[in-house]
Design a protein around this ligand. Structure first.
Ligand code: FMN
Length: 147
């Protein structure tokens, strides 16, 4: 297992493909100020817990990297909060604690295979986060602070 790490900030808009093209709405975080932290952690798919000050704590599975399928030129932090929200929460303070790593970023020959892989990541994350080893972090005070 990984030494847990924590990042937070306001939710920003991504490229807008997440919910529209993939059906996977990610709550992107600005990478500003996280340059050195991001270079310490390889690109790939991680899981952990996400706190939204007004809404609670949720499981999340997250991609960090350049999204080879879409040829991004910037590294992005894209957590998928595993909960159905009724509304967007752009601008709200999002706190993440990252507790585990699933796989490196990959390229895919079709959008369908990318989507299937991400749904498999979701399942891996949901099951792992129920283990005491990882579930204990959902009470981490960092997830609840609002500034
Ligand atoms: N993109 C890739 O190109 N390769 C991947 O292996 C990959 N894995 C992902 C795993 C998860 C759990 C998530 C949430 C996203 C992953 N993505 C991957 C990123 C999607 O391509 C990305 O969310 C999509 O580009 C939408 O971005 P947007 O919200 O900025 O439009």
């Amino acid at each position: 297992p990984l030494e847990p790490w924590r990042i937070g900030g306001p939710v920003v808009k991504g490229f807008g493909r997440g919910s529209k093209v993939l059906g996977i709405p990610t709550a992107n975080l600005s990478t500003e100020g996280y340059g050195s932290l991001l270079s310490e952690h390889p690109s790939g798919v991680y899981f952990g817990w996400a706190g939204l000050s007004k809404r609670g704590v949720f499981k999340m599975v997250m991609s960090i990297g350049w999204n080879p399928y879409f040829n991004n030129t910037e590294k992005t932090i894209e957590p998928w909060l595993l909960h159905n929200f009724d509304e967007d929460f752009y601008g709200e303070e999002l706190r993440l604690i990252i507790v585990g790593y699933i796989r490196p970023e990959a390229n895919f020959s079709s959008l369908q295979s990318l989507i299937e892989k991400i749904h498999h990541d979701r399942k891996v994350a949901e099951e792992a986060l129920d283990l005491p080893l990882f579930s204990k972090y959902k009470d981490d005070p960092y997830l609840k602070s609002s500034t």
